[in-house]
Design a protein around this ligand. Structure first.
Ligand code: SF4
Ligand code: SF4
Ligand code: SF4
Ligand code: FES
Length: 499
């Protein structure tokens, strides 16, 4: 039995086996995109690169056989750099939006396409669940919000933007009791929040969802005083419903209590959040940790730091600071969550909108979004997001390897299109990395036509032989081809749920 050395560790390997196989058997993780267990290696992506120590050569571990005594680097900077470059080259020929424009522009990062997908499927409970997971106080927020999601909605470049905010309000009105699922664990650490405006109440919501029972201190005689004063037309019932939900989630509201100095609270509480308003003393805050400089457990967020911030920015800040406080209380390094990775198409080229419109209704925006109109309005969404954003291996590796997707941009942008000639499969050629996995799967299922690469060199693309349609190429193996595709090039036309 041959023995090889990976990163200084001697491991046994199977005679005639590959380096990848030996590494994985020894628990050493090497990323792959075009490799499929049980199929011959295509070795096209090079993200499984490892380095031969004696020659310095970089080789694909999925296609390279072990040789007794070989020494390999799989985690050095050189190897990471080579993998990053392989990924960046793939992105130079890749086009789409991992996250939809509406989600990217929403400061609180509401997963809008998933909410709309559930409404389209007449699943308001699930839609409301996503809203409550991603936002705080949505019954108030989406009424007073300046609605950047709608300004950025791609449908708006065709006719009118989707009525996103109204649909969110509809989801929480109709969706079950809107009660969130209880936190997975109960946390004993005590958290004090000073201020019951958007930031304070939202932070309390996100912390309660993580199992804490925060106490919110408000100097006025009633909670949410600043919200009531700023938005006098807000229906009282909307605010009352949100406050009830907070209380039933374990948040304690203490009113008529002014806190001048947060420091003494640390005697009774494990963490303190300053969420007061504009005009109050502005603390100096480390922007990476959201912690007040010179303190261990005092954090600050929201309009006390940026006085002109909009409500949705306060909710976004609250979400971030809740995450920082949670990390702090768990004794982990504190880091404000980064913006989620997404490539983006930007302005559409002539004709591209037609492809987006293929899967949506051609109706105009509904003026009223009530129970009769919600379905029709949600069908206007052209589904800009990538249906595999949460499972795409290319995106995950881009995050792991800190990829700059634009490094090898040539300036000319790849054209985006959407093929829906198959009843089950959506094919987005601009997201195909030409790994060949779907071709292999179709071949194993002895598809009559199957799939193939057509053309040469840079022009090579996936297609069906003899000018066949995708429907004819994937008669039996559609499901497996979708599963084998490491990117969002092949996805289910039925909703791919993103919970
Ligand atoms: S295929 Fe992956 S990288 Fe490409 S748009 Fe979809 S999620 Fe993003
Ligand atoms: S069309 Fe749908 S997915 Fe696209 S930006 Fe508008 S709401 Fe978001
Ligand atoms: S469509 Fe086929 S060749 Fe293209 S990325 Fe997906 S599996 Fe690979
Ligand atoms: S070259 Fe090995 S996984 Fe793609």
């Amino acid at each position: 039995m041959p023995t090889i050395t990976i990163d200084g560790r001697e491991i046994p390997a199977r005679e005639d086996g590959t380096i990848l196989e030996a590494a994985r058997a020894a628990g050493i993780e090497i990323p792959t995109l075009c490799h499929m267990e049980g199929y011959e290696a295509g070795a096209s992506c090079m993200v499984c690169a490892v380095k031969l120590k004696h020659s310095g050569q970089l080789i694909p571990s999925c296609a390279s056989k072990v040789v007794d005594g070989m020494e390999i680097e799989s985690a050095s900077d050189d190897v990471r750099g080579a993998r990053r470059m392989a990924l960046e080259l793939l992105f130079s020929d890749h086009m789409g939006d991992c996250l939809s424009p509406c989600q990217r522009i929403c400061p609180a990062q509401l997963t809008i396409p998933a909410v709309l997908e559930h409404l389209r499927q007449d699943e308001p409970d699930q839609a409301a669940g996503i809203v409550r997971r991603d936002l705080a106080l949505p019954g108030v927020l989406c009424r007073v919000c300046h609605r950047p999601c709608e300004s950025g909605c791609r449908r708006g470049t065709h006719d009118e933007p989707v009525a996103i905010a109204e649909l969110v309000l509809h989801a929480i009105n109709v969706g079950a009791t809107s009660a969130p699922s209880p936190a997975a664990e109960v946390r004993d650490e005590r958290i004090a929040i000073i201020g019951s405006g958007f930031t304070g109440l939202s932070a309390a919501w996100f912390l309660a969802r993580q199992g804490y029972r925060p106490v919110v201190f408000e100097r006025a005689d009633g909670p949410a005083d600043s919200i009531r004063r700023e938005y006098p037309d807000l229906p009282g019932t909307a605010l009352a419903a949100e406050l009830d939900l907070l209380k039933s989630s374990g948040v304690e509201l203490v009113t008529g209590r002014e806190i001048d100095d947060p420091a003494p609270l640390l005697g009774e509480f494990d963490a303190v959040l300053i969420a007061t308003g504009p005009g109050d003393d502005k603390p100096e805050v480390d922007k990476d940790t959201m912690r007040v400089v010179g303190t261990a457990g005092i954090f600050a967020a929201g309009r006390v730091l940026r006085p002109t911030g909009k409500p949705v920015q306060s909710v976004a800040d609250a979400k971030a600071v809740a995450s920082c406080i949670d990390q702090h209380l768990r004794g982990r390094p504190v880091q404000r969550p980064p913006k989620p990775f997404s490539i983006f198409m930007g302005k559409l080229l002539d004709g591209e909108m037609d492809d987006f419109l293929k899967e949506s209704s051609d109706a105009h925006r509904e003026e009223t979004v009530d129970i009769d109109h919600a379905l029709a309005e949600s069908r206007r969404c052209v589904m800009c997001h990538c249906a595999k954003a949460d499972t795409c291996k290319l995106r995950q590796l881009a995050i792991d390897y800190e990829v700059n997707p634009k490094r090898y941009n040539t300036g000319e942008r790849l054209r985006y299109s959407r093929n829906i000639e198959h009843p089950l499969v959506r094919f987005e050629p601009a997201k195909c990395i030409r790994c060949g996995n779907c071709i292999k799967v179709a071949g194993r299922h002895a598809e009559a036509l199957g799939l193939t690469f057509i053309g040469r060199g840079f022009d090579v693309h996936l297609g069906v032989p003899f000018h066949g349609t995708l429907d004819e190429g994937l008669r039996i193996a559609a499901e497996e081809a979708i599963a084998a595709c490491p990117t969002g090039a092949l996805t289910h036309r039925e909703v791919e749920r993103r919970l």
